[in-house]
Ligand binder design. Structure first.
Ligand SMILES: [Zn+2]
Ligand SMILES: [Zn+2]
Length: 394
């Protein structure tokens, strides 16, 4: 069940930097990269046809283990991560894909999206979507989003209670969401969160009406890099301009010091209902904890490599914090993420100029781009491959 894909575009991702910095050791010569789109040039799978344009989630999945059957493909028992010692990566002209019939997803040519933006489906868009999804679908936020007490909704499911009518949108407490880390994944989390909140009656929220759009919503956008904050704020403005979703949206752009001060100057009632953490560092997790209100949800999709954990049981008890962690089941969430990609081409489809994709360069500039990305001087970078040249090599 294998296929070989000729890579058309490969992404440079924050998790490639763990290897680049030496935080993760791999044998010399390991091919990096776990994000790609391309065409199948050879297939041993009955379900994968040569010539099909495909995307692969960053880790393979078998489709038949317990994890896969439950839709939790990121923990497939046979999963292999592209760009690791177990499986050669995709920053190369060709990539071999095991479990191809389940791992490869054919890209519909009629999708109304830019070609480059399809690459985002390999990892960062589903991962950002997952960060938002884990927060807004958490039972602790179910009553909060509807403006009714938790006892009336989730907890009454096991013991019916008299129902309270929702507070009018204008008097319900403000909803506050924080995003810590506004690199490409954090930006995808932001776009996904807004897209979900803007369509409250649709999946995954399925609220009974669209009163959420009239609620006071506060967004805290936190990152140490001014350019990333600026890009994120511009994305919010673009989305508001094209979709005009929220009537009472307040955006606060905060560097790390300002975010610390914010937590010290606000009372618990003003803290965040959910924090989406897209860094993967202990410092950002600590900050997320200080930003969260009691019964809030911290949804963390950053790749944590620290051997220590910055929170204690005492911390978690004292705020009734829920933590949702880990690798996104990209294969399972791809169909939902494709919907976000189509709806939000205003920010996901552009290259440069405030869009999510910063540059598309030839792979022979990879060394320079790794350096610039490490220095946080570029945003999302895609590598292209000269098709004619690689076809000749085949
Ligand atoms: Zn990635
Ligand atoms: Zn599996």
């Amino acid at each position: 069940d294998e296929a070989i894909v000729q890579v058309e575009l490969a992404g440079l991702c924050g998790s490639d930097l763990h290897v680049y910095r030496g935080a993760e050791s791999v044998p010399r010569g390991t091919i990096q990269g776990h994000e790609f789109i391309g065409r199948v040039v050879s297939s041993r799978s009955r379900f994968v046809s040569v010539g099909t344009l495909v995307v692969a989630p960053f880790s393979t999945s078998c489709g038949s283990c317990v994890g896969c059957l439950r839709g939790l493909s990121s923990r497939c028992s046979a999963a292999k991560l592209f760009g690791s010692p177990a499986l050669a990566g995709a920053q190369a002209e060709f990539v071999k894909v095991p479990h191809a019939s389940n791992s490869l997803v054919a890209l519909n040519p009629v999708l109304d999206v830019s070609r480059e933006s399809l690459l985002l489906c390999a990892d960062i868009l589903p991962t950002g979507f997952f960060a938002a999804l884990q927060a807004v679908t958490h039972p602790n936020l179910a009553g909060v989003l509807r403006g009714i007490p938790q006892t009336d909704l989730v907890w009454s499911a096991v013991s019916p209670l008299p129902s309270t009518s929702p507070l009018p949108a204008l008097t319900a407490p403000a909803l506050t969401f924080a995003i810590v880390g506004l690199g490409p994944v954090g930006q995808c989390a932001l776009v996904s969160l807004l897209d979900i909140l803007m369509r409250p009656t649709q999946a995954p929220l399925r609220l009974p009406d669209d009163s959420l759009l009239s609620r006071s919503i506060r967004l805290l956008l936190v990152d140490g890099v001014p350019q990333r904050r600026l890009t994120a704020v511009n994305m919010v403005n673009t989305i508001q301009k094209t979709s005009g979703g929220f009537k009472n949206l307040v955006v606060e752009s905060l560097d790390l010091d300002q975010a610390q001060k914010w937590t010290q100057s606000r009372n618990l009632d003003e803290c965040a209902d959910a924090v989406l953490e897209a860094v993967g560092a202990n410092s950002s997790l600590s900050l997320a904890y200080h930003l969260i209100r009691p019964f809030g949800v911290i949804s963390s999709v950053g790749v944590h490599t620290s051997p220590t954990f910055p929170l204690t049981g005492d911390d978690l008890y004292n705020k009734n914090v829920s933590l949702a962690f880990g690798r996104c089941p990209v294969r399972a969430l791809l169909p939902l993420a494709l919907g976000t990609l189509e709806r939000r081409q205003d920010v996901l489809g552009k290259i440069g100029g405030g869009g999510l994709i910063d540059r598309v360069v030839h792979v022979n500039q990879a060394v320079e781009m790794y350096k610039l990305f490490e220095e946080r001087k570029v945003g999302k970078v895609l590598f292209r491959f000269d098709e004619g040249k690689s076809a000749a090599k085949l």
